[in-house]
Structure formats: C-alpha cells, structure tokens
Design a protein around this ligand. Sequence first.
Ligand code: ATP
Length: 513
Amino acid sequence: MVQQADQFKKVISHAKEYGFVFPSSEIYDGLSAVYDYGQNGVALKKNIRDYWWKAMVQLNENIVGIDAAIFMHPTTWKASGHVDAFNDPLIDNKVSKKRYRADVLVEDHVAKIEAKIEKEVVKAAKRFGVDFDEAQFKSTNPRVIAYQEKANTILKRLGKSLEKEDLADVKLLIEELEISCPESGSREWTDVKQFNLMFGTKLGASADTAMDLYLRPETAQGIFVNFLNVQKTGRMKLPFGIAQTGKAFRNEIVARQFIFRMREFEQMEMQFFIPPGTQKQWYEHWKKTRLKWHLSLGMGEENYRFHDHEKLAHYADAACDIEFKFPFGFKELEGIHSRTDFDLGSHQTFSGKKLQYFDPERNENYTPYVLETSIGLDRMFLAVLSHALEEETLEEGATRTVLKLPAALAPTKVAVLPLVKKDGLPELARSIVDDLKWKMATAYDEKDAVGRRYRRQDALGTPYCITVDHQSLEDKTVTLRDRDSMTQERISLSDLQNTITDKVAIETLLKKL
Ligand code: ATP
C-alpha cells in the first residue's frame, strides 16, 4: 500500500512538473477538486478523446456524434430523475468534522479486505513458482475464501440498504465494521443523509424573471432530448447510436484522489438505441467492445475487471463498470448501462412530445430501449498516465523517469535534436521538423547535452527522438531513438516519415479493434 501511495504521489507531481495537470487557480491556492490541463496534458487528453471518438463515430456507420449545450431546460432534470434521485449518502465525523460518502467508506473497507487477498496471492505465487494457478488458489484457499465471503456479504448488504434507502442500516454497517475516520481515527458518526449533487445556477438578468437551471451532471440527457432530431434528419434506423463528449458538473462530497473525482469533468458517452427485447444481446456486445478498446492500449489485461452493480439505478435493468487498477486500487473507469426505455419514456411524459420510432420490420411504433457506455475522460487520462509512469534503473545504476504512453496518445510524437548548436545542424534539424509537422506533433530541442534532452523527452512520453549529427550532413542519415528500448538506429532521412508515421498514428490503435 505504501508503495502504491508513493506511486500516486509521483504521478501527481509528475503531472504538474511536466505540464500535464495543474491545480485550478493555483495562485489563489487552488480550488478543491478542480484542475487545469497544461500544454502536454491538453494534447494527451485530446488524443484519448480522438481515439474514443474515432472508435465510436468513424468506425461505425450507425453511430453519429452531437455536441449539445451544457445548459438544458430545467424540466430535463425532473424527467431524468436527477432532481429527486441524484443523491449521494453522506456522513460526517463528529470529531474531525470531515464529510464522507457513506458508501465509499464501506467500499474502502472492502478494498482493504481485497488487498489482503492480493497479499495471499502474491505470497502463494512466490511459493509455488511457475506452477501457480491463481484462479485455483483463490477458489480453494480457506483464508482467501473467507476474506472473499466477508467482502461479498458487506457489499451485498450495502447494495440492499442503498436500494431500499435504508440509511439507518448504512450507518449501522459502518458502526459494525468499526470504520473510523481516516483523519481523526474517531468512530463517532452522524446519521447518514442524502445530498443532491447538481450545481444550481440562474439564467437571465433580473431577479424575478431569472430561471433556475442546473449545470448538467451528465452529457447523456443532451442525447436523449435530441433523439428525434438526429433520427429524423439523419434518417437513422434502429439500432443506432449517438455519441457525445463534453463537460459535466457534480458537487462531489468526497473530492479527492486528484483527477479521479472532480467537480468539473469531461464525459465521453454513447447512447445506443435498440428495439425492446434486444437489450441483453447489446449489453454483452458493448461490454465486449468497450473492453477491447481498453485492451488495445496495451495496459495489461490483468489491470481491468468487470464489476456488476448490486444496486441498480432507477433507470437500469442491468449495469456494470469496467474497473481499472489505479495506484489506489481497482476503481470504476467506465459504466455500461442497460437503461430500458426509461429516459425516452420519461421525456415523452414530461414534454408531452412523442419520442417514438416506427420500426418497418416489426411494423409498429415503440419507444426504443437504450444501451449506454459512459466513460470519464479525466479518469481515462489518469489511468493512462499512472500506468505509463515508470522509474527505471539502468545498467550503470542510474535511473530514468519515463512515461511509456501508447505512442498514438503521446502529446509529442517525435523530438528533433541537433547534436550541437552549430555547423548547420540546427538548420537541418529544423527542416526535419518542417517536414514532419504536417503529419504529427513534433518538438525541437537544442538546449543541454543530448543525454539530458533524451531524459526530458522520456519524461514527457515522446516515443521517438531524432538526432542530427555531423554525419547527417554528409550522408543524409539521422539516428532514431526509441523511448522504451532506448535503442538507436541509423536511418535515412527519406525513410523517416514512413518509419514513424504508422507507429504514432491513432489508425494503428483503431486497426486493433
Ligand atoms: P462514481 O461511483 O465513481 O461516483 P458514477 O457511477 O457516479 O461514478 P457515472 O454516473 O456512471 O459515474 O458516470 C460515468 C463515468 O463518468 C464514470 O465511469 C467516471 O469515469 C466518470 N465520472 C463520474 N463522476 C466523475 C467525477 N466526479 N470526476 C471524474 N470523472 C467522473
């Protein structure tokens, strides 16, 4: 755990030091759980967004995109259920006066039990060596089974109590598990209360005519209210999807863990409209498709798992999360929800407008069902960044910090470095940048010794460095250095573009899908 906490601290400080993520309005001491993306962060974030968008919209002829406004008519949030049901159960510690999400306190407790299981697995793996079968060990070792049963029982009870809105039992559970405040160590808790997460604001200048609005807490509703617009103007036939990326706002109670839980964040959502009765099949389809998207980035199959929801939201008939192993443990990265006809049906009721589809095959009108995939762009950014950051010990005992980002997501694809700042090397290096910049993000760096420049690019995640030396002037060759292996090969200038372009293009990732 200490190691993991250390790793997380390193990720946060690396993100700041290298221009990926800054605390918001830092000169005024920041704003809690709000962050700004810096010059490198914005590029990484854009590349992740592009990869998602292309995988959804470009590769699927039956998925189109929209960009709906953040402000929506206030009735939207009554219809969606957010006014009544977008609550988190909160609890205060009487000694520290700190506020927590009651469900998160319990889940953190369960994570500690799961960490014990992991410890047993690591110990056993060492003992059994190559013959170790993790699945068999987990299903037969009495200690692991007992831990697992304990964890399952707790989560089941939490799920049931939340579903029944039995907040007294959630408090009882916290007491029974002897959960103490992480800050004060005290076990004196207030009752659990519901807290609505939407940010309110006003539209209009004068006090009496101003309209109460909410900043959208999810992008999905912008898609639902435009369902007919898109279906009609795009002459879309079911099944079809609408994708959207954009900001969402939630007044989170527990705003910690850096960009994992923010008050202003970005979502990438896709609502897939389907005939009623086909939701099971599409649920499985999108679970598989989305996991494949994640795995294509090469961040290790063992770092993902599905988590089925015990407590289903009011709109869902099946739901799960894709969890990723963040430096602080497995946590939700993406949600996949079978939303039935709840959303369109409810907007139909509240608006009085018919939101139906005529199915020529079935020869009937109906309200489509919806399968949703919803991923937080900032969480995805954190997953990519934290997985990529490594401290490597090199042969001579020296260390280097390297961001092993998937090349297609890296903010800068190639840095061109003249070995020295004279003899015409900078001019040749600049001409290489001028050649490459049409195709990819490039950097030019002539400051400091070349070894230091390599380290700088390693820390930024730049997959390739091109070094221009005196030989380059004579035979039109340069060295191409690979970030991960640190190997260098001599390559002719005329081959440069072809060699790099494919490796750094998002297309390369898309072809894995
Ligand atoms: P959690 O249980 O962690 O609060 P959620 O189940 O409320 O998340 P959803 O409403 O399903 O999340 O939102 C879809 C996705 O949006 C999540 O999987 C997550 O990646 C992202 N997300 C949600 N809340 C935040 C937040 N406060 N900051 C950053 N990303 C978020």
